[in-house]
Write a protein that binds this ligand. Structure first.
Ligand code: PLP
Length: 393
């Protein structure tokens, strides 16, 4: 079948909720994906920020194949060697004082779990979140997601959510101290919003206000975590000690899995039976986590993510383009609407993304992308800018 025929078949039987690119992918290797017509794409969208280890990393593929031979799944009703190993490996990577974690299946679920733990421990219901944040699409996570388009028609009785301007210490501290929420949740590099960042001091101010108000600080590191921003978590880069950190996207090297890292004092207040999920911590996902964390170490991807950012930054500055983000989260600001540029890149064989900011293009490249591949991105950019009047104009 051709790509067009595959698209037609999928559209006929899938709920029409996604604006999909008109390509049908069937293979991946490293930083590249291949469609059903055999066309190759350099994936700087990183499989929606999932493929930090690259697509089909051989170690991850081998680990899940081997695990599939042994036992595909059993729930948390039992112990499991692979869960024990993955969990211990995650604890070893986690920031000091966060020895325990809870495995779930998606970013939204991880954030909801963290907020639920905070509500239980504090006995409060309020949440402070940042303007621009994206925390997921399930009802609780959605309530703390900023963009009105996502929340419209889905306002819930989740509890009071106060949004404050991202990066504004005075406004954030005032909101935290006056509302004394159960938790403050922050997406530290706002990817969907266009890789927006805030000064380091902002995070320290928020952390101090949380301590004073008796509120828990949750860092949504669904995108920034697992080495993508220079350390295992971006909280470590910032030098803050949140109460919980949520991880997803890259954690399973392509296999769906997420986790909540929990500070020891908080973990001590969580009791048996208070939280549960059937699929969280399943064997296949655990084999993927164990292998992914090994790859992170063996290939030095934390350090490499910083070099990758520097190369993108230098290329952008050379061309007079704005650039923001960190590590393998790169927002390129064209200073005017992107127009057809995302599609132009796709036609040129490179996958890139747009963002909620019409001027900002998003790259979430794999940590294994080579210098030459980044050079080829800029060569394509120069060609597109020369022909795309909207951008070059
Ligand atoms: C920062 C952040 N938090 C949470 C989520 C939700 O994750 P999921 O789609 O796995 O539920 C996303 C998804 O893009 C995200 O980028």
């Amino acid at each position: 079948m051709t790509s067009a025929e595959w698209m037609q078949l999928e559209d006929a039987s899938q709920l029409n909720t996604y604006k999909k690119w008109p390509i049908a992918l069937e293979k991946g290797e490293g930083a590249w994906v291949i469609d059903t017509d055999g066309k190759r794409y350099l994936d700087l969208y990183g499989g929606h920020c999932v493929a930090f280890m690259g697509h089909n990393h051989p170690s991850v593929v081998k680990a899940i194949k081997d695990q599939a031979d042994d036992l595909l799944f059993y729930s948390n009703a039992v112990y499991s060697p692979v869960r024990a190993r993955a969990s211990a490996a995650l604890a070893a990577w986690s920031p000091e004082g966060m020895r325990q974690s809870f495995f779930v299946n998606s970013g939204a679920e991880a954030n909801e779990t963290a907020m639920k733990i905070a509500r239980k421990i504090t006995g409060r219901t309020g949440i402070v979140a940042m303007e621009g944040d994206f925390h997921g699409r399930t009802l609780g996570a959605l309530s703390t997601t900023w963009q009105a388009a996502y929340r419209k028609g889905h306002e819930t009785s989740f509890g009071p959510v106060t949004f404050v301007p991202f990066g504004d210490s005075a406004a954030a501290c005032e909101a935290i101290l006056s509302t004394k929420p159960a938790a403050v949740i922050i997406e530290p590099i706002q990817s969907t919003a266009g890789m927006r960042t805030a000064p380091k001091q902002f995070f320290h101010d928020v952390a101090a206000a949380c301590k004073e108000a008796g509120s828990l600080l949750i860092m949504d590191e669904v995108q920034t975590g697992v080495g993508r921003t220079g350390a295992f978590t971006y909280s470590q880069v910032l030098g803050i000690e949140p109460d919980m950190i949520t991880l997803a996207k890259s954690l399973g090297g392509g296999v769906p899995v997420s986790a909540v890292l929990v500070r020891d004092e908080v973990a001590a207040a969580v009791n048996a039976g208070e939280q549960g999920t059937t699929f969280g911590g399943g064997m296949l996902a655990m084999a993927a986590v164990e292998a992914t964390l090994k790859v992170l170490e063996e290939e030095g991807l934390c350090e490499r993510s910083l070099e990758i950012y520097q190369q993108f930054e230098a290329g952008c500055l050379e061309r007079g383009l704005g650039v923001q983000g960190a590590g393998c989260l790169v927002g390129i600001d064209f200073g005017k609407p992107l127009g057809s540029i995302v599609g132009d890149f796709r036609k040129a064989g490179i996958l890139v993304g747009g963002s909620a900011d019409p001027n900002i293009m998003r790259l979430m490249p794999p940590g294994i992308v080579t210098d030459e591949e980044i050079v080829s991105f800029f060569a394509a950019l120069d060609e597109i800018m020369a022909t795309n009047l909207q951008v070059a104009g």
